[in-house]
Design a protein around this ligand. Structure first.
Ligand code: XMP
Length: 506
């Protein structure tokens, strides 16, 4: 049984399409993203949103939709940016290249009392990202909003078709949420997206897909794989949860993960492959080569332990699915992140891979986890990279450097938790700076490594900003690290944004 989305969002490639779906779900409506050629896959949507996109409607290969089909659906349709221009053109209006590219803030002044802008202020900030303009509207169309230069930025083409030139899904459009709410008001359906209902559906779906087979899943102690394992467990499947200790884990991490799963009532198999991993990267200092070796060995170790997989469950989330489906835009990975390895591709080709969380965003995975009673501490853990401390020790990884990072990180994270900052930052860690500098310890000259503390906020890891931790807190952390971690004589605080830096050091 498949749950059909209430709202379908047609993806014309804008960087914000995922956000549209998220916002609609936050407002209680089950929305999914579809490519333009999938418009007819679900014949009974209650509303359609046409997203923005990088093309111009006059480009020869501009993506298109079937307007007659949309009209026949007889549901509210909202075109955003490219979506608006396409609707305008297809209704008989004209769209021309704008004289200036317009990016960033502008002001919306609604007019003519359209339902779409019900309850909005007389003027509010909106966020633009486009270059074309609707220069002529079709007969019967009405302007329902203008920007500060009196240019129309919102139109109503008929009682069901609306177009807006700005992005209501981004928070920089201050009243964007109300615009989406008003659109949903016009939809002839109740908000029905509740994680509890979705959970029951997922459990049923997992049972169907698994059909009595043994399911193997990798667990790391992180949010996604924990929720996945609990879902499989709740669905009553024959589960083998495998945890690989790659020797690049944080202080006490392995015993903590083991007891975490004990408390959840799930047996896990721990494979201690630390030595193999450390041998594999000994002497390697090129970041990508290190990642490749760690990734390849992980697959060897994991599938060596799992042997003869009947079914593999992966914790793929909705954004991963979207990223790999959309023209490689965001997916153009800068680092070797989600290596789609051959072994998994082969299993996939044999129909032996299930991805039960593939419909969900991260916050929805957390909500699902909460509904299973998984402790908050697990659900709100900071992300931790697959290659572990390997990417937090630039250059050659040695036991000595790992020990420094483990000790420093444990101190840093403990202080963040005690001071209430842990939940306010998106990710924080202590990494090694592999440079030796001179210092004094007692009466002796020292010549030792340094550590860098990093704490960032981010929404989706694509961009990040450093966090202004209070100087007192930084001082306490630095003092404790310098006094108790052997082998270093300096602590730095990383004040680099991403871009140009990345979150991890490698
Ligand atoms: P960067 O360093 O690219 O990291 O800014 C962005 C986010 O991704 C995490 N990260 C990884 N996660 N496997 C993962 O599962 C990886 O190889 C990997 N590398 C980076 C990183 O911790 C941050 O949250």
């Amino acid at each position: 049984m498949e749950i059909l989305p209430q709202i379908i969002v047609i993806d014309f490639g804008s960087q914000y399409t995922q956000l549209i779906v998220r916002r609609l779900r936050e407002l209680g409506y089950y929305a999914r993203l579809y490519n333009p050629d999938q418009l007819k896959d679900h014949p009974t949507p209650k509303g359609v949103i046409l997203s923005g996109g990088p093309k111009s409607v006059s480009d020869p290969d501009a993506p298109d939709v079937d307007l007659d089909y949309l009209k026949q659906l007889d549901v509210p349709v909202l075109g955003i940016c490219y979506g608006m221009q396409l609707l305008n053109k297809k209704h008989g209006g004209t769209v021309e290249p704008g004289t200036t590219r317009e990016y960033g803030p502008a002001t919306l002044s609604p007019e003519n009392g359209s339902d779409l802008f019900e309850g909005l202020s007389e003027s509010s900030q909106i966020w633009m990202s486009h270059s074309d303009t609707c220069t002529q509207l079709p007969d019967g169309a009405e302007i329902i909003g203008r920007n500060e230069d009196n240019v129309p930025v919102a139109i109503q083409l008929s009682d069901k078709f609306y177009g807006i030139q700005f992005h209501p899904e981004v928070t920089h459009s201050h009243e964007g949420r109300s615009v989406l709410e008003n659109f949903l008001e016009m939809v002839d359906d109740e908000p029905g997206f509740k994680i509890e209902a979705f959970r029951d559906h997922l459990i049923e779906q997992v049972r169907d897909e698994v059909a009595g087979r043994e399911v193997v899943c990798g667990v790391s102690g992180g949010v996604d794989s924990t929720v996945l394992a609990v879902l499989l467990h709740e669905a009553g499947t024959k589960l083998r949860a495998i945890y690989v200790d790659n020797g690049l884990m944080r202080k006490d991490e392995t015993p903590e993960v083991v007891s975490q799963f004990e408390e959840l009532g799930i047996d896990i198999e721990v494979v201690d492959a630390s030595e193999r991993f450390l041998d594999a990267i000994a002497g390697v200092d090129e970041p990508e080569e290190k990642r490749r070796r760690i990734g390849d060995l992980f697959v060897d170790v994991f599938f060596g332990a799992a042997d003869n997989v009947e079914l593999l469950a992966q914790g793929t989330l909705y954004p991963d699915v979207i990223e790999s489906a959309t023209s490689g835009s965001i997916a153009s990975t800068i680092k070797t992140h989600h290596n789609r390895v051959q072994k998994i591709l082969d299993l996939q080709a044999e129909g032996k891979v299930i991805e039960p969380l593939a419909e969900l965003f991260k916050d929805e995975v957390r909500a699902l986890g909460e509904s299973f009673g998984i402790p908050r501490e697990i659900l709100y853990r900071h992300p931790f990279p697959g290659p572990g401390l390997g990417v937090r020790v630039p250059g050659e990884v040695t036991e000595e450097k790992l020990k420094i990072v483990r000790e420093g990180d444990a101190i840093f994270i403990r202080h963040l938790k005690e001071s209430g900052w842990y939940d306010k930052v998106w990710q924080a860690y202590c990494g090694l700076l592999p440079i030796k500098t001179v210092g004094v310890k007692g009466d002796e000259r020292s010549y030792e490594w340094s550590v860098a503390l990093r704490a960032v906020i981010s929404e989706d890891a694509m961009t990040a900003d450093w966090v202004e931790l209070p100087p007192d807190l930084l001082r306490k952390i630095s003092n404790e690290i310098l006094n108790s971690v052997a082998g270093i004589n300096r602590v730095f605080y990383d004040i680099s944004t991403k871009p140009p830096a990345s979150i991890e050091l490698e």
